[in-house]
Design a binder for this molecule. Structure first.
Ligand code: ADP
Ligand code: MG
Length: 222
């Protein structure tokens, strides 16, 4: 899926007369298979950018085009379908259910789409293989280390074979060995043709990407 942002702005209204301009007229083109790192200090608009690309939110002004289609003009169901099956999200806090097993966590995206139950097993095996965690199927998530949880979160993002992986500060809670592994996974996943967009403070994570962009106060700086 090709991504294009045309003069995208996002204003949050937090109170009656209180407005925060999180993004300010951003132009950006990302082709299928690109590997992009998004850098910038806290509060610069990085997460907002990911949320708009991932159809989690809509811009206040401008257009977010996915394969040429304006996300603001799609029906809710169409945006939900893209979010569920074309895009895989990886969050810093993993967003896993701690008291459930790895298997139970991984099947959630499949459960909410039209996948047949008998396919769940093979799909789970495949994504756990990518992150080297085949033996952890039945483990409760709260018994895993931080690095293992992050790997499960990546596996979950891959479940429905998305075009795009969006990762928001995925290395934030990882030690350097796990971070190096994470970089390797992203490289492998990118080599399989998927687009990767990773928000990061980390120099090594950013260096692994093909292209680095920096956001400052909601605008792209070159
Ligand atoms: N849901 C929200 N409501 C109000 N303000 C928000 C919301 N999300 C983000 N902001 C504000 O928008 C700006 C950009 O936030 P964000 O995109 O989260 O930045 P980053 O991910 O780079 O830290 C910040 O000033 C932040 O406080
Ligand atoms: Mg953020």
């Amino acid at each position: 899926m090709n991504i294009e942002l045309e003069k995208v702005s996002k204003v949050y209204r937090t109170g009656k007369d209180i407005e925060v301009k999180a993004l300010d007229s951003v132009d950006l083109k990302i082709d299928q298979g690109d590997y992009l790192a998004v850098c910038g200090v806290s509060g610069s608009g990085k997460s907002t950018l990911l949320h708009l690309i991932g159809c989690l939110d809509l811009p206040t002004e401008g257009k977010v085009l996915l394969d040429g289609k304006n996300t603001a003009e799609m029906k809710d169901a169409e945006r939900a379908a893209i979010r569920n099956s074309k895009i895989g999200f990886v969050f810093q806090d993993y967003a896993l259910i701690p008291y459930r097993t790895v298997y139970e966590n991984l099947i959630i995206p499949a459960y909410f789409s039209n996948v047949r139950r008998k396919q769940f097993g093979p799909m789970v095996d495949k994504v756990l293989d990518v992150v080297g965690m085949k033996d952890y199927l039945k483990r409760r998530v709260d018994t895993l280390s931080g690095g293992q949880k992050q790997r499960v979160a990546i596996a979950r993002a891959l479940m429905l074979d998305p075009d795009i992986i969006l990762a928001d500060e995925p290395s934030g809670a990882l030690d350097s060995k796990n971070k190096t592994e994470l970089i390797e996974f992203f490289k492998t996943i990118n080599e399989s043709g998927k687009t990767i967009i990773v928000v990061t403070h980390d120099f090594e994570m950013a260096e692994a990407a093909q292209k680095i962009i920096t956001i400052k106060d909601g605008t792209l700086v070159l």
